[in-house]
Design a protein around this ligand. Structure first.
Ligand SMILES: *Cc1c(COP(=O)(O)O)cnc(C)c1O
Length: 333
């Protein structure tokens, strides 16, 4: 694999720490739990999209773009990090926000990531639920080109073979840190949504022939669908990263038992996991992604999925800005 030949801009604070979680480990009676702090990537409250954006914005700059266009749910962390990246690069940022949740509150519409998007100077347009977001982004790009601007369209979640390079790189970073700590990682566990994080990690660990299992906890759709979506991105991402051999379908492992009613809809298990991480480790998770992923990790650990002395790395993908949009369901009564 040769990541060095791809255009890249520096946006994040890397490497992010890999830390032991002693109190959560003890509370669960094992496995040995570590957290990869990708919530600390540093870009406007951080998160996993920063790594993807280093390569995506790198390509945008190489193509002479002056405007980033992207899309997401109203409380999208990807949109917020893209808005910050555009500001850092002196580019304009045009955002399409999908009203993906049917029932929302005043704070959901205005606080959290939306507040930050506005502070960061992005221009926001709203699109109704179920609209063709990619089509709308391309139409907008066409309009801007006719005005003489040079737009670069970033797909939802930054998930394409270019963005996935960020997580190929993260897999290699985890392996270096694990070697420094003298541990052998059995599994990494993380929230999977638009699939770029998981696809990149699989390519990275596979490319390094490490044998690390990548377990994605779905936050939006059933296992078969999510595994198929991840696998669809694995092939082109492996090729883009310069991996020579094909990756078998069995490497893509997703568990969808913790989604609840759907994307962005809180579950009791998520709220409990969020409180446990906060009270045992002083670690703030988010309600849409890492909270549901931690619910999965805690439940699977309790059910004995791993041996007591195995090492499991939870990737904290960020999203805490979203906490403030969920205040009504998270405040203890
Ligand atoms: C986008 C996001 C994810 C999911 O990553 P994908 O690459 O979209 O699968 C997980 N956690 C947070 C906080 C996110 O914003």
């Amino acid at each position: 694999m040769q990541l060095g030949r791809h255009p890249r801009v520096r946006l994040g604070h890397m490497p992010t720490p890999l830390e032991f979680m002693p109190r959560l480990t003890e509370a669960l009676g094992g496995p040995r739990l570590f957290v990869k702090r990708d919530d600390c990537t540093g870009l406007a409250t951080g998160g996993n999209k920063t790594r993807k954006l280093e390569f995506l914005v790198g390509e945008a700059v190489a193509r002479g773009a002056d405007t980033l266009i992207t899309l997401g749910a109203v409380q999208s962390n990807h949109v917020r990090q893209t808005a910050a990246a555009a500001a850092r690069m002196g580019m304009r940022c045009e955002i399409l926000l999908e009203k993906r949740l049917s029932q929302t509150t005043e704070v959901y519409e205005r606080n959290g990531n939306v507040l930050l998007d506005r502070l960061l100077g992005a221009s926001l347009r709203y699109v109704p639920m179920g609209a063709d977001m990619n089509g709308a982004a391309e139409l907008l790009a066409g309009d801007l080109r006719r005005e003489g601007r040079v737009p670069y369209v970033i797909p939802g979640g930054g998930s394409n073979p270019v963005g996935a390079l960020g997580y190929v790189d993260c897999a290699l970073e985890i392996l270096r840190q694990a070697a420094d700590l003298g541990i052998e990682v059995a599994s990494v566990v993380h929230a999977t949504g638009s699939t770029g994080t998981q696809a990149g990690l699989i390519v990275g660990f596979e490319g390094a022939q490490s044998g690390v299992e990548v377990l994605g906890i779905s936050v939006r759709q059933p296992r078969e669908k999510q595994e198929a979506a991840v696998f669809k991105l694995v092939g082109p991402s492996a090729e883009h990263a310069g991996l020579q051999h094909p990756i078998p379908r069995e490497r893509v492992v997703v568990n969808s038992d913790y989604v609840g009613e759907g994307y962005g809809i809180p579950t009791e298990g998520m709220i409990n996991a969020l409180r446990q991480a906060a009270r045992l480790e002083g670690l703030l998770l988010d309600p849409v992604y890492s909270g549901k992923a931690m619910h999965g990790l805690i439940d699977l650990a309790r059910k004995g999925r791993w041996k007591r002395d195995q090492c499991v790395v939870f990737i904290h993908t960020g999203g805490q800005a979203g906490l403030f949009a969920y205040e009504p369901v998270l405040s203890p009564e």
